[in-house]
Design a protein around this ligand. Structure first.
Ligand code: GLA
Length: 385
């Protein structure tokens, strides 16, 4: 997106010559709710981003301006804590992590804004956290690595936003690479880039335009259910520390000890981890059909076993699958709203749009928004700089 309006606003409000930073949102091809189970994910950064203009100030204050909301915020650096202004907490949460690590922030001016739709499951929050972490590192010369920033951004989300998220979003936004998805092992944090050449297909996101209230409480509840499953299995093998260590045979062996709900959740995670590995392999063999099938299975698991889908996501999924224009589709991200991700035949894009738009409107009365996305590079300096 064009960073000029952000830069100009900064000049109008604060001073000359801010540092200009951009930080992207992410998609996830497959591997949902596996990151906090030490498993595998397959995300990529996208060409929708948050842009920042940032500079030090010498007045001991945080002075922020949210461009999309036309809203300002001020707080003395000494009073750093979670506030009532929800959007400011994403930035303050990052500053708090630097403070905890022993770095001193004297005062910061920041204008930020972007084109990542909010609440659509494209990790606008991770993009904000990463971008601000990167900007602070640069303007104050903090000696932190990319991995340190990713972890601080994740902690900011835990402590200042209250979602006990895994590491996928912050990792993908920071380490994104043009035309490449990232197969990440969320335990070792080793990762491999996979060149995504979709030739005949386009990645299209269909936005339900809903975000159900229960998204974050249910998210945290799923984490607990997974931990409950691990506790049972640990009694039999102390080396099991996460669902990552479990295969379906082992799970079945102890099924009787599980509450049915906990069992369903664990079964989903174990199967989804295998799907990520299969999907990665099929992409390398250019086997799009298998890749797409795995996406369908992922959605069904999220809907029936993990139960984080909702009627709007299921509708978009079903419409896409029935359309004959896609090779794979599924809900994406935490669930309870947000987007589906669809691999759509390039020459059928128009027909796809029409089918989904009409079908979704008829049942829900809501217009879906669709975005074609390209895979982009991660958090960094803006080209304008
Ligand atoms: C949210 C979280 C991620 C991940 C996904 C589900 O996006 O922030 O860490 O758990 O949900 O895969």
């Amino acid at each position: 997106m064009d960073i000029k309006p952000i830069k100009n606003k900064f000049k109008e409000l604060f001073s000359e010559n801010p540092l200009l930073v951009r930080s992207p949102g992410r998609i996830n091809l497959i591997g949902e709710h596996t990151d906090y189970n030490d498993g595998f994910v397959f995300p990529a950064a996208i060409d929708k981003e948050i842009c920042f203009a940032v500079a030090k100030n010498n007045i001991g204050k945080f002075r922020f301006y949210a461009f999309n909301l036309n809203e300002g915020f001020e707080l003395e650096v000494d009073k750093l804590a979670k506030t009532e202004t929800l959007w400011a907490n994403y930035l303050l949460g990052v500053a708090a992590q630097y403070k905890k690590a022993g770095y001193q922030i004297k005062g910061v001016d920041c204008v930020f804004g972007g084109d990542i739709p909010m609440g659509a499951g494209l990790s606008s929050s991770a993009a904000i956290e990463n971008g601000f972490a990167f900007a602070l590192k640069e303007i104050f010369g903090f000696e932190v690595s990319k991995m340190d920033m990713i972890k601080m951004a994740q902690k900011a989300e835990h402590e200042y936003v209250g979602v006990m998220c895994g590491i996928m979003d912050q990792f993908a936004s920071m380490n994104g690479k043009e035309n490449n998805a990232i197969k990440l092992d969320c335990r070792s944090l080793n990762f491999e880039y996979a060149n995504i050449i979709l030739s005949d297909y386009v990645i299209v996101l269909c936005d339900t335009k809903v975000k159900h209230e229960l998204a974050s409480s249910e998210y945290n509840a799923r984490r607990k259910e997974c931990e409950a499953g691990v506790k049972i299995l640990q009694k039999h093998n102390r080396e099991i520390t996460a669902l990552r260590d479990v295969d379906i045979e082992l799970l079945q062996k102890y099924k009787i000890e599980f509450e049915p709900i906990v069992y369903k959740r664990c079964e989903y995670v174990v199967k989804e981890n295998r799907r990520v590995e299969k999907a990665f392999a099929s992409l390398q063999q250019n086997d799009m059909k298998t890749f797409g099938e795995l996406m369908y299975l992922s959605h069904e698991g999220l809907r029936d076993e993990y139960e984080v889908s909702c009627s709007e996501l299921d509708l978009l999924f079903t419409l896409a699958r029935k359309s004959g224009y896609v090779i794979g589709a599924r809900m994406m991200g935490g669930g309870f709203g947000g987007c589906t991700i669809n691999l759509v035949k390039r020459e059928k894009l128009e027909d796809f749009y029409e089918t989904i738009k009409t079908g979704y409107l008829q049942t829900t009365g809501v217009e879906t928004e669709m975005h074609i996305v390209k895979i982009a590079s991660g958090t960094g300096f803006s080209n304008e700089y």
